[in-house]
Structures are given as C-alpha cells and as structure tokens.
Design a protein around this ligand. Structure first.
Ligand code: 5AD
Ligand code: SF4
Length: 483
C-alpha cells in the first residue's frame, strides 16, 4: 500500500525507526492543528497507535516518534505548522533515532514540496493513510510516504482514543464533493464518504460508556451524510435514541444539503441542541457564484427563515470570507448588511487565502492584504457588537450548562456550554466536569455568559447533588475566544 519516496525520486534512504532495545514501550508525541475533524483524526491515530503498543507522551523531548497533524486551509495555517515542524527537528538532531512525521492535509497538499523543505522528514501521511501508520512507524527506507486519497476509507471499524471531557467529537463522514472554488479540502481529504449508521451508533454507545454526555457529529459537509437509504435527519433521530446521550450537535452542514428531514429532526428531537452553524461565505450573489457555493443569497435567507420558524430561539453561527477575488466594496457591504440583518450569534471571519490547486488559485487577486485586513476588522467589530447584544438578551434568563472543567479566569470558576452553544462561566463550588447545571445568566461579554448556578440538574453518575449557590459570579478578565 505504501509508496516510498525512493520509488518516486531515487532519494537515498536514511536511518529507519527501530524497535527500542529491551522491549520498552515506544513513545509518541502528537500535536494537532486545524479543525475538529483533525482533532478527531488525532484521536483515531492515538487509538491505532495505542493498540500497536505505543504510549502517548506530552513532551516531544521524551518521544521516539513525533507526529504533527496539520491543516492546509489557509496559507498562514500551513506556514505556522511547517515552522513548528522545523522547530521539532532539534529533537532528531540530539537523538538521531527519533522519527518525525507530518500527518494531515499539508501532507497531501504539499507532498512534492515537503521533501525540499524538510528533507529530514521520516513520514508523510495524508488523512486516508492512518491505517498504515503502525506499519510505517516500524521503519523502512526514509521518507515513508502515504498520501493517496481513498474513496472508501472511513475508519469505521477503528475506535478512537477520545480526549477527556464530557463531549465526544465523532466523525460520521469524510471528504467533500462540493469543490467551492476557494477551498483545498476536496484535494487534501478526497471524495465524500459516509460511515454506516450502525458504526456511528456503536461509536456513540462507546462514547457514552466512557462517560460522555454530548456527541458532536463531524463531517466536512456533515449533512451530506447518507447510507443505505438513510439521510442525515434519520441519523440524528437514531443517535438521539442511544440511551445515555444527552446532547447532540453537528458541524459543519452545507446550506445546499439542508433537507426537511434534518430540520424535522432538529425541531422534534429534544436532544438535538438548538444551534446551527450555517456557513454563508459571502452575501453577494456574484461572489457566491464565483465561489461556486451552489446557492444564492435569497435561497440562503429563506432557508434560515424556515429554520428559525421551525426551531424558535435557535442560535445560528456562520463562516465568512472577505477579499475573495473580484469582491467589490459593494459586495462587501452586502455581506456587512446581511450580518446586520441576520444577527448571527457568532461568526468565524477569514481573509481569503489563495490555495494552490483550487480553481480560485488561477483567478487574479483584486483585494490587497491591507484592504482584506480592513474589511475583516470592520466585520469583526460589527459581529462583536451583535454577539454582545445577543448575549445581553440572555441576562436574567435561566439556562442549562454542561460543565467542561475549570475556567482560566476568574479563579474557582468552571466553564461549559449552554444548549445553544454559548460559553458560560460560573462559580465552581461543588461542581465538576460533566455536571449539567441549571444557571441564571447574570452578565455577559461578547464571548462569555456569566452565570450563577441554581442547582445541578444531573451529574455523570446520575446522582442529583445540589450545588452550593452562595457565591456571586464575577466578570472574567479575558473572553473565551472563538476561531
Ligand atoms: N481562504 C479563507 N478562508 C477559507 N475557508 C476555506 N478555505 C478558505 C480560504 N482559501 C474558510 C471557509 C470555511 C472555513 C472552514 O474556512 O469559510 O467555511
Ligand atoms: Fe471546502 Fe466548500 Fe467542501 Fe466546505 S463545502 S469543505 S468550503 S469545498
């Protein structure tokens, strides 16, 4: 299965990774960049390597293999990760037996250039090559490369090693067939494919068995999930039937794949949380067309109206790109106006970054970096004001928070998410990660709700403890940041 660079370009091999003397467990350090899909892929890799006898260590200085799972979505993400990878070379210089591997989207995107930039690299493994990682790490001629995309690989049979905390991120479909003109994902992650419903349900049951209370179903266009005649709405309904699951979310759906079945499931299933991330990208029809997003603004607007009618109070977030080639001031203002009209709860805002291999790569850029920066700043300021208004509307209301752990600030506080995916910070007396806590919202910043516990609705063990509700919550110094 594995293609090797010396097959490709005749490079001489360097030292292969060798088994440790005395049968000591081999230690791996794994660092992850990018989206939740990458985080979930790293959990998969950890699970795979653990079954092959590897132990995950928190410090690269202790590791026999150092792996970096990378993101290629924008140029600065890619450059940051390559810079970090070069830094990690120091470990190989001091301990020549150490193997350095680059995983993920940069592996597929930069496969040719990586060997020039990092000739000392031992492994280059793309998102569809993880099944081979244990074998690749056993050694061979350097560098070992597996960057082929596989139309069938879903890893449905492999158990991920889930990160601690009450929430599990579970991949239900991989790849993307949309080919938006700006996006590198279809090239780095390949074609769309869905896990069978039963495999998803098994992962959900297993996550619940580990104490998870919330599952987030993941896919590049997650609502394109379909298998054996079932659609994404059917999947949501089935997941909601798994005993022990208390909260279900999903990200990221594509507007063109939103069907009645999905909306019905969101409206009808109490466990499907009232939050929808619905990427817009631009509110100008000519820009949407140039991006080949597959919808026009009116269609998007009507869809959102329908969703808000069916699920009153639903929180909605979005993604926007500024400075796509050809975006005029008027196009940009259309996006600004639409953000004002729609009042998203929050938004991830990006400057367009030309990615080699995409269709937009060939279109000449018309908005310079300084102007992209100005447009971005304008949208950030606008969205921050809207987010703050939306948060303030919640003051005085009750909410339910799933506690994730201690908050950075203020001391003694914990943080978690409300049902509509807002970050809440509350005094932590008697409260533990995994508790579902009824709170009253007392204050708000653009990023955080400040809450007071009213009582613990239920704990992980299902034992209803009552919280001590004595301390007033204070305003944290720093906001919880979004992407
Ligand atoms: N430049 C800027 N932003 C991008 N995104 C995807 N590709 C690019 C790009 N080339 C953004 C989109 C997408 C989110 C995950 O990343 O908004 O929804
Ligand atoms: Fe990229 Fe578009 Fe696919 Fe999303 S739908 S991953 S933006 S190509």
């Amino acid at each position: 299965m594995t293609s090797r660079a010396d097959d490709l370009d005749g490079r001489p091999g360097s030292s292969p990774g060798e088994a440790l003397p005395g049968g000591a467990p081999r230690r791996v350090f794994l660092e992850t960049y990018g989206c939740q899909m990458n985080v979930a892929d790293s959990e998969l890799v950890r699970g795979l390597l653990a079954r092959d006898g590897w132990v995950v260590v928190p410090d690269p200085a202790e590791a026999d293999a150092i792996l970096v799972n990378t993101c290629a979505i924008r140029e600065n993400a890619e450059e940051r990760v390559l810079g970090r990878f070069t830094q990690l070379l120091q470990h190989k210089q001091t301990r020549p037996g150490v193997q350095l591997g680059l995983l993920g989207c940069v592996a597929t995107h930069q496969r040719e250039r990586l060997l020039d930039r990092a000739p000392w690299i031992d492994l280059i493994v793309g998102p569809d090559g993880y099944r081979d990682l244990p074998e690749l790490l056993r050694g061979g001629t350097d560098p070992r490369i597996e960057v082929r995309l596989d139309r069938d690989e879903t890893y449905a049979d492999l158990a991920p090693d889930l990160a601690p905390g009450p929430r599990a991120f579970l991949t239900v479909m991989r790849g993307c067939d949309k080919f938006c003109t700006f996006c590198v994902v279809p090239f780095t992650r390949g074609r769309e494919r869905s896990l069978p419903a039963e495999a998803v349900l098994e992962q959900v049951r297993s996550a619940v068995g580990e104490g998870k209370r919330e599952v987030v179903l993941l896919g590049q266009t997650v609502n394109a999930w379909r298998h054996d005649g079932l659609d994404f709405g059917d999947l949501l309904r089935r997941v909601a039937r798994v005993p022990g699951v208390e909260r279900i979310r999903f990200t990221s759906p594509h507007p063109s794949d939103v069907g009645e079945s999905m909306i019905d499931a969101m409206a009808g299933e109490e466990k499907v949380m009232p939050w929808l991330h619905l990427p817009l990208q631009s509110a100008s029809d000519p820009v949407l067309a140039a991006m080949q997003r597959g919808y026009g603004l009116d269609e998007y607007r009507r869809l959102l109206e329908r969703i808000r009618e069916r699920i009153p109070g639903i929180a909605v977030s979005t993604d926007v790109i500024v400075g796509f080639p050809g975006e005029t001031e008027a196009d940009f203002e259309a996006t600004e106006n639409f953000l004002r009209e729609t009042r998203y709860d929050f938004a991830y805002l990006f400057k367009y970054s030309a990615r080699e291999g995409t269709r937009a790569w060939k279109i000449e850029e018309t908005v310079d970096e300084a102007e992209k920066g100005r447009r971005l700043e304008r949208l950030i300021a606008l969205q921050e004001a809207i987010s703050l208004e939306r948060h303030r509307e919640q003051v005085g209301r009750e909410a339910e928070v799933l506690v994730e752990g201690p908050s950075k600030r203020p001391p003694g506080h914990v943080h978690g998410k409300t049902r509509d995916f807002k970050t809440a910070v509350l005094p932590g007396d008697g409260i533990e990660a995994g508790d579902l806590v009824r709170v009253r919202i007392e204050d708000a910043t653009a990023h955080t709700l400040l809450a007071r516990p009213l009582g613990i609705a239920s704990t992980l063990e299902g034992v209803g403890r009552s919280a001590s509700v004595t301390r007033e919550s204070g305003r944290p110094e720093g906001d919880v940041t979004s992407r």
